[in-house]
Ligand binder design. Structure first.
Ligand SMILES: [Zn+2]
Length: 301
């Protein structure tokens, strides 16, 4: 009998579930997005989404991919910027309702694991994953294992200070990396260069692909800042490969070439060390769901 797993993307306004078979392929998706404004409403939405894709099949574990700080044991969320979660026993409450082991995972960590297992990071024992979406998230695979840190806070690279007294960040600090390298930052660079703020990140990416110089320059700005930050992380981690995901990565080399150039110009010892390749993610926006489901098979509780 095939044993399936379920991955759930828990966002601020929607809950979407996917059923994966043993080889990690998505074979079914929940159709409806669900409101998740309160904790009980969110739990009910997750339960309904999981039941919809499960549909009586034997499921080994449920993995949740959530933007926020997740406890190192995968039992609950300590803080989430967009969700009503602050320490509630989420894994236990869901297991009580579903009767299946549940794992809570940070969304960038989950996506990193999926890219390592079946995407652009396959075959590398030391992988750095960076996702450029609304903010900047990162996940680390070290010695072939997802690295969560002592408290589960590892990989919060979006709030590395890259500019002293730089742009204000919602986290309360200034000059955070994600203020310069993210989808939000792409629009900021575009506007700084005289672009219309109404165009938005995907519109800028589309215009850049069509050759619009302003859009190409704004993407190159993000790439430059991406490369600067990556150089610092390379100095600490010495990864074998850097996988770049998130919506902005769909710009491909318009983003990654400036990043590679800047990284090569900023890493210390570049004349004596081979630099890790900087490659686009392979699994798209379902990587978090897939990775969470894969991890739940092993670590669900
Ligand atoms: Zn910040």
């Amino acid at each position: 009998m095939t044993t399936y797993t379920v991955g759930v993307d828990v966002g601020g306004t929607k809950v979407a579930a996917a059923l994966l078979d043993e080889s990690g392929d998505v074979v079914r998706r929940s159709r409806a997005a669900t409101e998740s404004g309160t904790y009980s409403g969110m739990v009910a939405g997750i339960v309904a989404a999981v039941r919809e894709v499960r549909d009586g099949l034997d499921v080994a574990g449920v993995g949740l991919a959530i933007a926020g700080n997740v406890a190192a044991d995968g039992s609950h969320v300590l803080f989430s910027p967009h969700l009503p979660l602050a320490g509630e026993p989420l894994a236990r409450d869901l297991k009580d309702a579903l009767g299946i082991p549940v794992l809570v995972e940070n969304d960038a960590n989950a996506a990193a694991w999926a890219e390592h297992e079946g995407g652009a990071g396959r075959g590398s024992t030391e992988m750095l994953f960076v996702a450029l979406g609304t903010g900047l998230g990162a996940g680390l695979v070290l010695r072939n294992e997802l690295y969560r840190g002592a408290q589960g806070f590892a990989g919060e690279a979006g709030h590395l200070t890259v500019v002293i007294d730089g742009r204000a960040c919602p986290c309360g600090s200034r000059g955070c990396w994600e203020r310069y390298a993210s989808g939000t930052a792409l629009v900021a660079h575009y506007v700084e260069r005289g672009g219309d703020p109404e165009v938005g990140g995907p519109g800028i990416t589309r215009a850049a692909a069509a050759g619009d110089p302003l859009s190409v320059a704004a993407l190159a700005d993000v790439g430059e800042w991406l490369g600067r930050g990556l150089a610092s992380l390379v100095a600490i981690l010495d990864p074998g490969v850097i996988v770049v995901g998130g919506g902005v990565s769909e710009a491909g080399d318009l983003l990654l070439e400036p990043a590679r150039r800047r990284m090569a110009g900023s890493v210390t010892g570049v004349d004596i060390r081979p630099l890790p390749p900087v490659v686009p993610a392979a699994l798209g926006n379902e990587a978090g769901v897939v990775g969470a489901a894969m991890l739940a098979r092993e670590y669900g509780q």
